[in-house]
Design a binder for this molecule. Sequence first.
Ligand SMILES: C[S@@+](CC[C@H](N)C(=O)[O-])C[C@H]1O[C@@H](n2cnc3c(N)ncnc32)[C@H](O)[C@@H]1O
Length: 182
Amino acid sequence: MGSGTTLVETKLLGRNAVGVDINPQSVSISETNLQFQCDTNSKIFTRNGNATDLHFIKDSHIDFICTHPPYADIIKYSKDIEGDISRLGAEQFLEEMDKVANEAYRVLKKGKMCAVMIGDVRKGGKVIPLGFRMMECFLRTGFTNKEIIIKEQHNCKSTDYWEKQKNNFLLLAHEYVFVFEK
Ligand SMILES: C[S@@+](CC[C@H](N)C(=O)[O-])C[C@H]1O[C@@H](n2cnc3c(N)ncnc32)[C@H](O)[C@@H]1O
């Protein structure tokens, strides 16, 4: 959920949704952001839980998954919440994303889509292709690649720098939206 952006869009579209976040603060921020009037009539549930364990959702029950995990420990969303994968380095993060991918596959209906947004990271002067590494977690589970969308990153520390460049070569100035099909 983060601050609830996806759920806000869901409400505007009049779709039903379940939002999950490990951080109770994220749940309450999302609930606050959902308190607006609109003409649609949707049922939206928020849940303080771990995306590696969606036991409260039956198998093959969901029409679409939209998820935006942390980019390993690049931004830490909490100091000490157990299960918060933003506290993990890349390798441990990817182990947890294997579990997230398994749960996503289990709860999604066959033929439906799972969209995941993620970016690559840089550590010790080297690039870790976290996006493609995470994509492999979802492919291992049984998903297939429907689309790989490149999204320009804005409002980052480096945005100003990239916007002033005169060539077309962009280094880590983008994120991916992977769209997987079950
Ligand atoms: C990149 S943010 C999502 C931002 C969101 N798209 C928004 O617009 O606000 C990642 C979120 O993942 C949550 N998170 C970290 N580990 C989690 C886990 N195991 N299960 C569920 N959520 C988790 C964090 O608390 C954080 O709110």
